[in-house]
Design a protein around this ligand. Structure first.
Ligand SMILES: NC(=O)c1ccc[n+]([C@@H]2O[C@H](COP(=O)([O-])OP(=O)(O)OC[C@H]3O[C@@H](n4cnc5c(N)ncnc54)[C@H](O)[C@@H]3O)[C@@H](O)[C@H]2O)c1
Length: 384
């Protein structure tokens, strides 16, 4: 609890994790039943401002609506709500245009506040819209998926997808507050909970072996949404992310470690065509196992480390090999490799990999041969 402090909201006890970024600092509030008085978790007086609630059609009722009602109690005349279709396809230029038009048509001003209520899709799209409209208005992240609570809502990465790739157009833009209400997870489909859990495991694998040991013991309870373990998992994940983001806000160094499993994962998502057969977190789970296999092949890490990660993810119910994706991907190792080369992690023509020496010891590596990567991809495709 070193960097976290306890705060009392009107209805429940809330844990506050500060994100220390100088004048862009903000707090993450983690608790239960926070949405009905969300105004208490915003660091500015909302009176006089035009307020916008962006959400998606799955989240609008009840969570988006709850935020809307709470804000109406502060600004009865000046709250707007827009619910976009749910899904990764929503993170598009077309929807950015739609959000921008909605903001402008309803009188957005420099001091307006946008509340992004939803998963990573709404957070990324809403954050990018907030970053660009009027050259930047305040926005509040209200993550309602486990993935968004432990990862995407924290750290200020915002983006949309373009036909050439995922998250290729975006901005670093920090929210003014993050409000994680773990009660919202109760309506989340279990498959989505598990996908978010993969990003939680990532923090243990990067630099916190103790956290991984805790997850091996308590992970099932986290996935069953037992409030205490969920709060703890969200809090530790946010603290881990806060430490990394503080050190390297714009990903010129250590922040790259947060991409463990993601270069592989993004290639799998492209191959799956974002058609719903592979969730982002599921792709990351397979990608993290591939990162351990690659590390073993390169002589960096014992085989047992990867086996331990794989058995934990399997026990939880996450896929760990490419041949577990259903319907099967119509792709091969070489094609996946070519997708990886279009990833944002390519710099000056060189693709970096996040590799591991053991659980909790990840680092960036360049100069990995395509043959080694293709070989481990092939094993994963064959399920061997
Ligand atoms: N910005 C970052 O740092 C960062 C980090 C990781 C991932 N991401 C991005 O996040 C996105 C994935 O996020 P996600 O997994 O949250 O996806 P998502 O936003 O698509 O949400 C997943 C599904 O759950 C539904 N949903 C959300 N909350 C719900 C709730 N409480 N009850 C019922 N249904 C609910 C959504 O409508 C959607 O169908 C990807 O686009 C990824 O690129 C961003």
């Amino acid at each position: 609890m070193d960097s976290a402090k306890q705060a009392k909201g009107p209805q429940s006890e809330t844990v506050v994790v500060p994100i220390d970024l100088g004048e862009r600092s903000y707090d993450i509030h983690i608790g239960r039943n926070l949405l009905s008085h969300i105004q208490d978790y915003v660091p500015m007086d909302l009176k006089g401002r035009t307020l916008f609630v962006l959400t998606d059609e799955n989240v609008s009722n009840p969570h988006g609506g709850q935020v809307y009602e709470a804000l109406k109690s502060v600004r009865p005349e000046s709250v707007q709500l827009l619910a976009l279709p749910a899904g990764e396809q929503t993170k598009s230029f077309a929807n950015l245009e739609r959000v921008v038009a909605w903001l402008l048509d309803h009188g957005v001003e420099r001091d307006s506040v946008l509340f992004a209520v939803g998963g990573g899709v709404i957070g990324d799209l809403g954050g990018f819209a907030a970053a660009t409209i009027m050259r930047g208005i305040a926005f509040v992240q209200v993550p309602t998926t486990l993935l968004a609570q432990v990862d995407s809502s924290v750290g200020g990465k915002t983006a949309i997808n373009v036909p050439q790739g995922k998250n290729l157009v975006g901005a670093f833009y920090q929210p003014v507050s993050v409000v994680c209400d773990i009660e919202t997870l109760k309506t989340l489909p279990r498959r989505e909970v598990l996908a978010g859990y993969a990003e939680t495991v990532k923090y243990g694998l990067i630099n916190d072996p103790e956290f991984f040991i805790w997850l091996e013991k308590e992970g099932q309870k986290v996935c069953d949404l037992d409030p205490e373990p969920v709060s703890k998992a969200v809090e530790i994940s946010c603290r881990k992310k806060a430490e990394i983001v503080k050190e390297d806000e714009k990903e010129s160094g250590v922040r790259a470690l947060l991409n463990l499993g993601h270069t592989f994962g993004h290639a799998l998502e492209i191959a799956a065509g974002y058609d719903g057969r592979l969730l982002h977190g599921e792709a990351v789970a397979i990608g993290m196992v591939l990162a351990f296999h690659l590390s073993h092949r390169l002589g960096l890490c014992a085989e047992e480390e990867g086996s331990r990660v794989e058995s934990h993810l399997t026990e939880i119910g996450l896929p760990t090999r490419i041949n577990m994706i259903f319907p099967p991907l119509e792709t091969d190792a070489k094609e996946l490799m070519s997708y990886m080369k279009h990833d944002k992690k390519v710099s000056l023509g060189v693709l970096s990999y996040i590799v591991v020496n053991s659980i909790g010891k990840a680092h960036v590596m360049q100069g990995v041969s395509d043959e080694d990567v293709i070989e481990i991809l092939q094993h994963s495709i064959d399920g061997t």
